[in-house]
Design a protein around this ligand. Structure first.
Ligand code: MG
Length: 169
């Protein structure tokens, strides 16, 4: 089974990621998928919990940076501006271009960078290819699109093995 499809750490949601623990691992840049990772699809604005978590990251010296494959240019732009964090939309994950672009913009190396996302074949594959630490969370909501269930089923073996081997943060 390809190691490139396994996440280094798995959790229920982004709120299982403790900013202080991540900082102690040397992480300074946390790339984050938007849809179904930070908020459900279609939610236009960050909620208070996400704002608080983003501030806690910032307090530990970690920049949150949204890396979204969403093809509607307004969606990641509006959301990131409302949260006050940098972003790249239409990122083309799992291709590594946007990962390197984000690291260059923030002056960080792959060793100082992590990605959190809900999808194996975009977020985790891309993150492993770019040499950053990969953090996998459960999709916030599968309902609403049958394709999401099919994708989740295809991801399942890699998700299960990642869970089994997950490191502690
Ligand atoms: Mg997603």
């Amino acid at each position: 089974m390809g190691a490139s499809l396994l996440a280094r750490w798995t959790g229920r949601s982004i709120y299982d990621i403790e900013p202080g623990a991540l900082a102690r691992k040397g992480v300074r840049l946390l790339l984050a998928d938007l849809d179904n990772t930070l908020v459900p699809y279609g939610v236009p604005e960050p909620d208070q919990a996400l704002r608080t978590w983003t501030e806690a990251l910032s307090g530990e010296g970690i920049t949150l940076f949204i890396l979204s494959n969403n093809r509607h240019p307004q969606r990641p732009r509006r959301f990131s501006e409302a949260l006050g964090v940098p972003y790249i939309g239409h990122a083309g994950k799992p291709k590594t271009g946007s990962f390197y672009q984000a690291m260059e913009r923030m002056g960080c190396t792959p060793e100082q960078t992590a990605i959190v996302g809900d999808q194996i074949f975009t977020d985790i594959l891309g993150g492993n290819s770019a040499g950053v630490t990969t953090l996998l969370v459960e999709p916030i909501r599968l309902a609403g699109n049958p394709g999401r269930y099919l994708r989740y089923a295809a991801e399942w073996p890699f998700r299960a093995l990642s869970q089994k081997r997950s490191v502690t943060l």
